[in-house]
Design a protein around this ligand. Structure first.
Ligand code: ATP
Ligand code: MG
Ligand code: MG
Ligand code: MG
Length: 478
């Protein structure tokens, strides 16, 4: 079943159940504390918190999402994209737990010729929050899932909160597909996330959250007067399971770029694990960049622009690791555009602009890469000559500052050369530079818009984008 068909069925199923179909919002969220739209519920937050009255009691959408915190998983797990689409159904003070469970179960397991996805109930497992007896009971009653395929888990995986006292909170319940014994051990979703793929998360916003107890839990002030439902089903995950392929990068909207990366490099997908990961990373990142530029993000040194730049550079870098040192975006981007244009006609309409942006970035990076690589190689032989196991923080900083090498690129290249990088020193230099920049800006009494909430992460290296934690208990590691 093609991705477009899964999407169509999802929206139709919920439309038939009185949900208003809401088009995907932009990847660039309206909310200034959120860098990107990372879940289907983001555009609906004002309705969930009650800040704005919901214009409809029920909604459904297939939302474009970007999750930079999954970047290290991309290509290595079968299921993590930096870009993906989240199918969701939402209730704003309307239906609750029973119906949410019933809808999800019916859609997944009803026959394909009846508009469902036709999953075999025997392949599905669910998890519930350990104290959520109600959800447990509904899964038994409605879905008739045997007890041994329902797992009770803790706060870390099965509890959601808006992070602030007074905000909504509640248990969630996740649905998993069992890919079978050839993919891992037989202990259910609690034990193995390669074998058991999470496909759908149902969040029951049920309580008003109180203060932190200091042990990872928090006080519950009481039941919310209007309870909400927020669910997310991964479109690409369903697609890969229904298309009989091994992972989301082999599905119809992503695969053409993967194949092209293979043919441009003269390598065969499936021959060598490391190369396969590279091809999957390329296919993922090209698509994410296409969609980000389409939504108006420009490559830059801060915030969203830096994320885009990093994705584009990682494509270049991975093509080089596959042995291609010339420009490849003029092939890769049109291929991704063709795979995405039916779902998002704007990527074709705006392709001239998108392509210009992407190609210019590649050319600039290839130039700096050539210069920086010479510096890097000199530093490596210098370090090895002096018997050092480590590349100095000063070199890493210079590569970053003068040649635009992201620190992860330097670290990756160093690792290939058998060296570590002095990250502490690098971080120190970055902090100093940031302090200097701040002082400069102050002395100029800069009247520019305050973008500081996005600017910090770059200087800190592995930084947590905590802005989002105010909204959802999930952090963005950039
Ligand atoms: P996982 O534990 O597999 O990382 P998650 O719990 O982080 O998933 P949720 O935040 O619950 O995911 O998002 C709802 C759904 O969106 C998931 O059940 C999954 O189907 C899908 N999804 C989440 N992250 C990704 C991703 N990076 N790529 C593709 N699909 C995703
Ligand atoms: Mg995740
Ligand atoms: Mg999960
Ligand atoms: Mg989840």
């Amino acid at each position: 079943m093609q991705t477009a068909e899964i999407k169509r069925r999802f929206l139709k199923f919920f439309e038939e159940r009185n949900h208003t179909v809401v088009p995907s919002a932009s990847l660039v969220s309206d909310d200034p504390t959120v860098m990107f739209t990372i879940a289907g519920m983001v555009p609906f937050i004002p309705y969930m918190t009650g800040v704005v009255p919901a214009p409809y009691p029920r909604a459904t959408s297939v939302q474009k999402c970007i999750r930079t915190n999954d970047i290290e998983e991309v290509g290595r797990t079968p299921r993590h994209g930096t870009f993906f689409q989240m199918c969701g159904n939402f209730s704003f003070g309307d239906y609750f737990k029973r119906e949410a469970i019933e809808f999800a179960w019916t859609f997944l397991t009803s026959a394909q010729d009846e508009g469902g996805l036709g999953f075999n109930p025997k392949d599905l497992w669910v998890t519930v929050y350990r104290h959520d007896d109600e959800a447990y009971r509904f899964w038994r009653e409605i879905a008739n899932i045997p007890e041994e395929r329902i797992q009770r888990l803790g706060e870390d995986t099965n509890y959601w909160s808006a992070g602030k006292p007074g905000g909504p909170a509640g248990p969630d319940s996740e649905i998993f597909f069992d890919r079978g014994p050839e993919y891992g051990i037989d202990g259910g979703p609690a034990t193995d996330d390669d074998r058991y793929v999470e496909i759908w998360n149902l969040v029951f916003m049920q309580y008003e959250r109180g203060v932190d107890n200091g042990d990872g839990t928090f006080e519950i002030l009481g039941e919310l007067p209007k309870k909400n439902i927020d669910t997310g089903m991964g479109l690409e995950r369903i697609a890969f399971l229904l298309q009989g392929v091994e992972n989301m990068y082999e599905t119809d909207q992503v695969r053409p770029v993967l194949d092209l990366a293979a043919s441009l490099s003269g390598k065969k997908y499936g021959d060598k694990d490391d190369d396969d990961v590279r091809m999957r990373v390329i296919a993922d990142h090209v698509r994410s960049a296409l969609m980000l530029i389409s939504d108006g993000v420009q490559p830059g040194n801060e915030g969203r622009g830096y994320i885009l730049r990093r994705l584009l550079r990682r494509v270049v870098r991975n093509m080089r690791l596959l042995g291609v040192e010339t420009a490849t975006f003029p092939q890769l981007f049109p291929a991704s555009m063709r795979a995405m244009k039916d779902a998002y006609p704007e990527v074709e309409r705006d392709f001239d602009r998108i392509a210009r942006t992407a190609y210019a970035e590649e050319e600039a990076f290839l130039r700096t890469l050539a210069q920086g690589t010479t510096i890097f190689e000199e530093a490596v032989s210098g370090a090895k000559g002096s018997g050092l196991a480590q590349l100095s923080g000063d070199i890493a900083f210079k590569l970053h500052d003068t040649y635009g090498f992201p620190i992860d690129l330097t670290m990756e290249m160093a690792e290939e050369a058998g060296l570590r990088v002095n990250r502490d020193k690098f971080n120190e230099l970055m902090t100093e530079q940031r302090e200097r920049a701040k002082a400069d800006a102050k002395s100029r009494r800069s009247a520019l818009a305050d973008l500081s909430i996005y600017s910090d992460f770059r200087a800190k290296g592995e930084t947590q984008f905590i802005g989002y934690e105010d909204l959802r208990a999930e952090s963005e590691v950039l």
